[in-house]
Every structure is written in C-alpha cells, then in structure tokens.
Design a binder for this molecule. Structure first.
Ligand SMILES: Nc1ncnc2c1ncn2[C@@H]1O[C@H](COP(=O)(O)OP(=O)(O)O)[C@@H](O)[C@H]1O
Ligand SMILES: [Mg+2]
Length: 376
C-alpha cells in the first residue's frame, strides 16, 4: 500500500536526515521504524503524510505518487498520533476526538456519538468525555490521541513514539491495547519508536535505521533476532537476544506430564506412587496449582502448604511461548514448569530439560526452513 522509493531528505542546513531509503510497507499490518535518536524516523513518517517533502525519491500510496493528490485528502486518509498525544488543551476529550469528523462537516451529534464509540474502543471511561486533557493521566491522554486519530476511520495510522512518555506499566497496557485494536481494525500502521523491545513486540515488520537515515535491516522481528544483518543491528538489539527469540517459538508441542499432579486431599497411596518428576504438584479443589511438594513431606489429607515449594509462573500451552515456559521452569526451585488452562487450572508439568529439547527442535525447524528458502 505504501511504498517508499529511494527517498532522501536533506534539510536546508545540509543535514541529511534520510538517505536513499526504500521500504515496502505491508497493508493492514504494523510496520515499525526503530533506531537511535536522530536517525530520521520522524522525518520519514512526516514524509508519508507530506508534513515534510522529500528532496529526492518518491512515496507511493496504492501505486500512486502521494504528490498526485491534494494534501488534505491525503492527510484525511492517515491518522497521526504523537508523543504526549498533542491534544487541544482548551477542548474537552469528546471534542478532541470529534475534531476530524467535525472538520469533515459531520453534525455535532453524529461526531460526538462517534467519539463516544471510540472512547469505549480504546478503553476510556465515558465519564471522562467532558473533562479537559490536563485532567487525565498520561496514559489516558495517549488513548485519547489514538481515538482522535481513528475518528474518521482512516486506512492508515502514523504513530510517532506515541507511548514513549508514559511509565513502563502504562506503556505495556497501551501496547497490548494497540495489538488488540489492530486485531479488530486491521489498519496499515507505521509506528516509530527508539525502543527495540517495543518494536519487536508490536511489529509485523521492523525497519532498523542507523544514523544518517540509512536502512540497516528490514525484517520480521523473529528474523531480526535470529539473523541480525550486521554488528550495528546486533548491538542495537542488545543482550538476551537468544532468550527473547524464544518468544516466537510456540509452547503447544511441549509434552506435558500429568502423573505428578495431585489434589490437596489425595490419599496416601496416590502420594506414594513414584512418578517421572522428583516432586508432586499439589493443586487445590479447583485444580489450581498450590506448589510443589517432596513426596516425603506429603501426608495424606494433611498437606502442609508451608512445606510446598513455589511453582514459578505458569504458562498456557499454545498461547504462551517457549520463553514463558522456560521462565516458569527457571523460576521454580524444582526446575519444572507448570502448564495451566485459560482458567488457571493445572493441566500438566514439564521439565527444563524437555523445554531445552523443544528449543533445539525449534532451532532445527528454523534452519530447515532457511535451507528450503535458500535452495529456491
Ligand atoms: N527541520 C529540520 N531542520 C534541520 N535538521 C533537522 C530538522 N528536523 C530534523 N532534523 C535533523 O534530521 C535528523 C533526523 O531527525 P529526526 O527525523 O527527527 O530523527 P528521529 O525522529 O529519528 O529522532 C537529525 O539530525 C535532526 O537534527
Ligand atoms: Mg523523532
């Protein structure tokens, strides 16, 4: 949908902010531009809606040069979200969100109804509608910024470090919310950030830029982590690249053991039965994990919760990744991870060793696939 073709931006003072950048931005997906401060991310984003004009090269939207249509029409098809939301301070929340529909000539009622609908969409309480931006938290303001950008239902969303000014917990909430919204709306999103973790979490495709506005690598996040193009990208990805890569390996194929699961009121015979694990996972009456117990410490009908060992953080097979499963195993002193269903009931346990084998298998599959592709 959006094609950036060998675009260069030289500012009047001679600064080359973007240097022969070419990118094919896929439809209905999130493409992230990431790189250190000053590498030309904002300039690139602003060239897409013509707030900045390229010095060389062209940008195509649906195959047509964006200079071939009136700039107003172009901008109406592109919602724009910036850091600190950029809200109109003298307007209420509902009127901020209704800005573009009003500009498009919608009646007041219709525009406000749309704004109310969007507030709900982005997770804002309708009680906030009549407030002013300064009466909202940073995270809430950022949601208003997203709602405002979506108001006229543009196919494209340009987002420039929208979540960078909020604290990490709020940021995570906003990121999750964006992914959920995107599942519903399927917009073509170009998202700028300097935070590589944010890029990897949100991006379908990630463009890593280096200073001087040159493209270092353009790839899906899993590929960035497994095969960084050069030392700059590798360095930018930072430590724990291997562990983070496990986020892209599914946990659904892990073979779970159910024999070590025992209910808190299990009888002596059940507790005495030898199992594959050195410990038993004790569950409550609903089947939710309580903790690991050494068989010797467990007496029928009298399991002392104080003697149980922590079970780490459970994972949901199929939904969570191998990274989460491994984390669970590493967190528990037993070295075993607990698998639960959507309701938090234990469905099995798996050892660090088995998770390790699954990781090796996943590597093998990736290598096979790369081999097949290389042979094509
Ligand atoms: N209006 C401008 N005039 C001159 N130089 C600019 C202007 N805007 C940005 N720059 C320079 O262009 C480079 C890229 O800036 P920018 O696109 O804002 O980077 P980023 O968003 O990645 O931090 C920087 O060196 C910046 O100083
Ligand atoms: Mg910027």
């Amino acid at each position: 949908m959006i094609r950036i073709e060998s675009v260069t931006k030289r500012y009047p003072d001679g600064t080359v902010a973007v240097d022969h950048l070419s990118l094919e931005i896929p439809d209905r997906a999130i493409t992230v531009l990431v790189g250190p401060s000053g590498c030309g991310k904002t300039t690139t984003l602003r060239m897409i809606n013509r707030m900045v004009e390229p010095s060389e090269g062209s940008i195509l939207l649906d195959g047509r040069d964006i200079r071939q249509q009136p700039v107003d029409t172009l901008r109406r098809s592109m919602g724009y979200v910036i850091q600190n939301a950029g809200l109109f301070q003298h307007r209420t929340i509902v009127d901020n969100i209704a800005t573009v529909p009003r500009l498009l000539g919608w009646g007041k009622q219709k525009a406000r109804a749309r704004a109310a609908e969007l507030m709900e969409r982005v997770g804002l309480d309708s009680a906030l509608a009549k407030r002013y931006p300064y009466q909202l938290s940073g995270g809430q303001q950022q949601r208003v910024g997203v709602a405002r950008a979506l108001a006229a239902d543009p196919p494209v969303l340009l987002m420039d470090e929208p979540f960078s000014a909020v604290d990490p917990v709020v940021r995570k909430g906003l990121q999750d919310e964006l992914l959920r919204l995107q599942d519903e709306l399927g917009k073509t999103i170009v998202f700028v950030t300097h935070d590589i973790d944010e890029a990897i979490k949100l991006g379908t495709m990630v463009a890593v830029l280096r200073t001087g506005g040159r493209l270092a690598q353009f790839a899906p996040p899993a590929e960035l982590l497994s095969a960084p193009a050069d030392p700059f990208v590798e360095d930018f990805l930072g430590a724990d690249r291997g562990i983070r890569r496990l986020s892209f390996f599914p946990s659904g194929d892990l073979e779970l053991q159910t024999a070590p699961l025992v209910a808190v009121d299990a009888d002596a015979k059940r507790l005495a039965a030898p199992g594959p694990a050195p410990y038993l996972l004790v569950t409550d009456h609903d089947g939710k994990p309580l903790g690991w117990g050494a068989p010797d410490d467990l007496t029928a009908g009298r399991i002392d919760p104080a003697l149980l060992l922590p079970y780490g953080r459970p994972f949901v097979p199929g939904k969570d990744s191998l990274r989460t499963a491994l984390d669970g195993a590493v967190l528990s002193p037993t070295g075993w991870a607990v698998a639960v269903d959507g309701e938090g009931r234990a469905v099995g346990v798996v050892s660090q060793q088995v998770i390790g084998e699954a990781i090796r298998d996943a590597h093998g599959r990736v290598a096979d696939r790369a081999g097949v592709e290389a042979a094509r």
